[in-house]
Each structure stands twice: as structure tokens, then as C-alpha cells.
Design a protein around this ligand. Structure first.
Ligand code: ADP
Length: 561
């Protein structure tokens, strides 16, 4: 298209230029022609009268050129161009020039004929005879012919020009087609090949080989980057979806940019709908409207989750973290503090009350023995509580090495110590222990475990119930303490191993139960890698089992006792 336009403009410009040059040459030639015409006058008509007849005759000889005879003061004697009396031609350009230099030229619009003419005027000396026979000295002869204008020349060449233009446009189109076919088409093919598919771009034109190579290199680079991006995205997705934390990035409740699996589940979110709690939870709504970083805790499906909102410009981030353990531990701790305060206060108040009475001498001597026993019992309870707390926290810092402990022997030693309590409750004890069952641990730890399990087996047993203690050996020794007591409800079963958790708050401290016994047992088992399990049915009884399966530690192998 550009080629066509350039060549058309070029042709038109050249035509105008040639027309101008041609016009100049035409004027030159006309001048020359007029000089020859004047020569014809000078040779053949100089002797004839300066009359209209002579002028007409000369006009005919010259093939129709306009002839004017003038006096030296511009008066027209005869003119073949116009009939009748004519005004003085003294001021005409060619007349003035002829009067001054002997001959004059002019190309101008004829005021008489209203036509553009080329004039040539020459002054002659000597005598002239006019039509009426009078003789005058000197005269001017002017011969003029129509002048071709630049525009008329241009109009003359216009048909040729149009042909030229048509041929030019056709030529340009042909050249453009050739260029497209032989130069651009291979490039186009190359581009299409590069644009479609991942295969290598190839060309049979040596000139295009560097471009093809560059395209292939770029393509390979691009593919590598895309693959890397895909892999990064896959990994990001994997990380996000395998996170146990929930994460949501959003602009507003219905414009969620990113949400991982955990958050979807916890927030009950389906694609393309607002996140339910963002519109229904008043506190969350207030946080979203306030736009300030904030956190709150919500209970979902029985567990506690912290919702932490962070605002960063238009994007908002919600991080959901499971804080059940921390929340429940805090709750247990609070319960414990409340219980401990209560439990400590009760014995302390009674100890102090009795002591005051004794100090004031207000205690009858016969009651002194009973009061002293009460003070001792209350002191024991306080000591029990303190011992439990110390034991629990001591496990963490216990770095003493393990050694082989004969658990059968230990059971035979310790169980009889519980007999007074067993008898008190009229329990039936069944101790079945394989002999020589050895476990890698420390005596004091195993004592702690047996003590806690057997105490519980007695404490939570029914009057006249049964307490079975079974120890089996083999590769994986097993200790089972089972009772036919009150049992544990399924809801409590999951929590009895938590610190300070007690099922029935009312029996706290009665016999030293502060919810720390089983927590200590679980902590010791975990540290040693033993499996601790509980089977229980409410109202029927409970059985705690420990499988001592953990392999002995090499560095402790030499320690036995
Ligand atoms: P506690 O000192 O209060 O007994 P534990 O940690 O030993 O604390 O036990 C926690 C809770 O588990 C107890 O409060 C009790 O309700 C329950 N429990 C433990 N052992 C038994 C059992 N053998 N039978 C029934 N409930 C039990």
C-alpha cells in the first residue's frame, strides 16, 4: 500500500514538473516561431500598405496568427483579432519594449480577445503608407499566437498520466505480491510455526536460520520458565493444601483470591459464594469493617481455632490456627488453679482453726487426739498435692539413664502396700505376673506408673469390686490394670490424660486426686515410646494397658539393676 502511494505521488509530481518545463520550452519555441513570422513580414509584406487588407493577407500566410499594425504612439491601424476602433496600445508590455529596444515579447491575457497570447512586436523605421494613402514615418508590427498554459499542457498529458498510474498501481501490486510470496511468506510461516505448538521451528532458507535459532532458543527458555512456574504453583498449592493451618486471601467476603483446603473445610466455603461467617458473624463483620489487624477464637466442630486477620491495602489475609490444645490447657490450668486454691484452702483453714483453738486452750483434752489426726490427714493431702505437681514437672528435666528393671519383682513388692485400701473397699485383688519380666526404664518411673494406675483402680472402684493386675512378658511386655468400677464416659476418655483434668470435680483432692496421675503416666509412656491405651465402659469398669515395646537404648544397655 505504501509502495503504491509513494509511486502515485511520484508520478503526479514528475508530471507537474515536466508540464512546467514543457511550458517553458513551448513559450521559447513560440517566440522563435513569431520571429520567423516577423521575418516573413519583413521580407514579403514590408512594401505593402499598413492596411487591414495587408494584415489579413499576412494572417493567412502565417496560418491564422493575429497581426496588428501600430503607429509608434500605440495607435492601431489594423488588427486581425478584433473588428472596429481599438484603444491605444502604447502601454502594452511588448509595445513598450519594442519602442525601447526594437523588439518586445510578452505572454499575457489579451484585453481585446480575452485569451492568453504570446506577443512579438518589432519596430520598423522608414516610411509606411496607410490605407487612405497618407504616409507616416516608422511603425510597429505585432504578431501574436495563442499561448499554451501549464494547466492546458497538464490537461493534455492527463489521459497518459492516468494510464501511467493504472500501470504503476498494477506494477506495485505485482511487486508487493512477489515480495509477500518470496520474502515475507517464509517469515510468516516461521512466525506461525513459532506461535503454534512447542515443536522446534525449522526453515529451509539459510537467511532465516539465525532467526529460527533465536526463536527456538527463546521458545525453549520460555517453556522452561513456564514449566518452572507451573511446578512452583503446584508446590505452592501442595504446601497450602497440606497445611494444617487455614489460609484465606480475599478482597471482600465474596471476592476470594486464594483459599486452601483446611480453610474451605473450616469455613464451609463453596466456590463463588461469600464466606458464610464473614457475613453472619457480628464480630468478624466488625473486624472487616474496621480494617485493623485483629484476632479472635472460634469453636468449630468441637475444636478451638484462632482467626487472625491481617490487612494489607486491598488484600486481607485470614490465618486460621488450631489452638485447641493451648485453649484447653489454659482452661485446665485455670480449673487446676481454682481447684488447687480450693483444695489448699480447705486443709489450711481447718489446720489453722484447730491450731488457734489449741493455742487458746479451748480444746478439751479428750478431743486433742482426734484433732491431731485431722491435722495430720490435711497435711498429707497438702503434701500429696505438692508432690504430684513436683513429679509432673520433674519428668521434663529427668535426664537420668535407663536400666533394666524387673517389673515382676516390683509389682510383687508394691501391690501388697495397697492392701489396707483394698480391704477398706472390700475389693477382690487378682495379681497375675509372669516372673522375670524386664523393662528398660528406671524404678522410680515404673513405681509412679503402677502407683497411679493401681490407686485409680481402687479409688474409682465400687465397694466389693474387683481389681485385676496382669503382667505378661515376651518381646513386648504388657501390664494391664483393670477394675470393675465407675467407668469413664466416652467424652471424658479423650481428656483424662490431660493435665489437671478430673471427671468428677467434686472428688478432687479426696485421696489425692488432682487430675495429675494419668497425665504423669502418659508423659512417662510417651518419653519411653510405650503404648498406653484405655478401655472403659461407664458403670462397668476400666482397663489401662501399657505395651512396653520400645527398643532398649544402646548407651543404657550396660545399666541393669
Ligand atoms: P486423679 O488424681 O483425679 O485420679 P488422674 O489423672 O489419675 O487424676 O485421673 C484423671 C481422671 O480420670 C479422674 O478424675 C477420674 O475421673 C478418671 N479416672 C482415672 N482412672 C479411672 C478409673 N480406673 N476408673 C474410672 N475413672 C478413672
Amino acid at each position: 500500500m505504501v509502495t503504491v502511494l509513494v509511486s502515485v505521488v511520484g508520478i503526479v509530481f514528475l508530471t507537474i514538473l515536466f508540464s512546467a518545463v514543457f511550458y517553458e520550452q513551448t513559450v521559447e519555441q513560440t517566440n522563435e516561431q513569431l520571429r520567423i513570422f516577423m521575418q516573413v513580414y519583413a521580407t514579403d509584406y514590408r512594401d505593402r500598405a499598413f492596411s487591414q487588407e495587408t494584415a489579413e493577407s499576412l494572417k493567412e500566410t502565417l496560418g491564422g496568427a493575429r497581426v496588428t499594425f501600430l503607429s509608434t504612439d500605440g495607435q492601431v491601424y489594423a488588427d486581425t483579432g478584433a473588428a472596429g476602433e481599438l484603444e491605444s496600445h502604447f502601454l502594452r508590455e511588448e509595445v513598450q519594449e519594442a519602442l525601447n529596444t526594437g523588439e518586445g515579447y510578452a505572454v499575457r491575457q489579451s484585453t481585446t480577445l480575452r485569451e492568453r497570447l504570446v506577443y512579438y512586436c518589432r519596430a520598423f523605421s522608414g516610411e509606411f503608407t496607410l490605407e487612405d494613402g497618407t504616409a507616416v514615418q516608422g511603425g510597429l508590427v505585432r504578431i501574436s499566437v495563442p499561448a499554451a498554459s501549464g494547466l492546458s499542457i497538464f490537461a493534455g498529458v492527463l489521459p497518459t498520466l492516468i494510464w501511467f498510474l493504472v500501470v504503476d498501481v498494477l506494477c506495485c501490486l505485482f511487486v508487493a505480491w512477489l515480495a509477500t510470496s518470496y520474502v515475507l511468506r517464509p517469515v510468516e510461516q516461521l512466525t506461525q510455526e513459532a506461535a503454534h505448538g512447542n515443536k522446534e521451528v525449522q526453515t529451509r532458507y539459510a537467511e532465516l536460520a539465525p532467526i529460527a535459532k533465536m526463536m527456538n532458543d527463546m521458545n525453549a527458555d520460555l517453556l522452561e520458565k513456564v514449566e518452572k512456574m507451573k511446578e512452583d504453583r503446584r508446590l505452592e498449592k501442595l504446601i497450602l493444601n497440606s497445611m494444617e493451618h487455614g489460609i484465606v486471601i480475599f478482597r471482600d467476603p465474596s471476592d476470594v483470591i486464594l483459599i486452601n483446603k483446611t480453610a474451605r473445610r473450616l469455613l464451609d466455603y463453596e466456590t463463588n459464594e461469600p464466606i458464610p461467617c464473614f457475613t453472619s458473624d457480628v464480630e468478624i463483620k466488625a473486624i472487616l469493617q474496621g480494617g485493623e489487624n485483629a484476632a479472635l477464637v472460634r469453636k468449630i466442630e468441637g475444636r478451638y481455632y484462632s482467626f487472625r486477620f491481617t490487612f494489607d491495602g486491598n488484600s486481607r489475609v485470614l490465618l486460621i490456627t488450631d489452638v485447641t490444645e493451648a485453649t484447653e490447657a489454659a482452661q485446665s490450668k485455670n480449673d487446676f488453679i481454682a481447684n488447687v486454691t480450693h483444695e489448699m484452702n480447705t486443709p489450711l483453714t481447718s489446720i489453722r482453726g484447730f491450731a488457734e483453738l489449741i493455742a487458746a486452750g479451748a480444746m478439751p483434752p479428750e478431743k486433742l487426739e482426734g484433732v491431731a489426726k485431722t491435722i495430720m490427714r490435711q497435711s498429707d493431702r497438702l503434701a500429696n498435692l505438692i508432690r504430684s505437681i513436683i513429679n509432673f514437672s520433674a519428668i521434663d528435666s529427668d535426664e537420668l539413664p535407663d536400666y533394666e528393671v524387673d517389673l515382676s519383682e516390683l509389682l510383687q513388692e508394691i501391690v501388697p502396700l495397697f492392701e489396707p485400701k483394698i480391704e477398706q473397699k472390700s475389693l477382690h485383688l487378682a495379681l497375675t505376673a509372669e516372673s522375670g519380666v524386664r523393662v528398660w526404664s528406671r524404678r522410680e518411673r515404673l513405681l509412679e506408673i503402677v502407683n497411679n494406675l493401681v490407686s485409680n483402680g481402687i479409688r474409682y472402684n465400687k465397694e466389693g469390686g474387683e481389681l485385676r493386675i496382669t503382667l505378661t512378658g515376651g518381646e513386648c511386655p504388657r501390664l494391664c490394670v483393670a477394675d470393675t468400677g465407675v467407668g469413664i464416659a466416652p467424652a471424658d476418655k479423650a481428656r483424662i490424660f490431660e493435665r489437671f483434668y478430673t471427671v468428677d470435680k467434686s472428688h478432687n483432692g479426696a485421696g489425692g486426686g488432682f487430675g495429675l496421675g494419668l497425665a504423669i503416666v502418659r508423659k512417662l509412656c510417651r518419653r519411653a515410646g510405650w503404648k498406653l491405651s484405655v478401655e472403659s465402659e461407664l458403670g462397668k469398669g476400666t482397663a489401662f494397658t501399657i505395651d512396653f515395646c520400645a527398643p532398649p537404648k544402646k548407651e543404657d544397655a550396660k545399666n541393669t539393676r
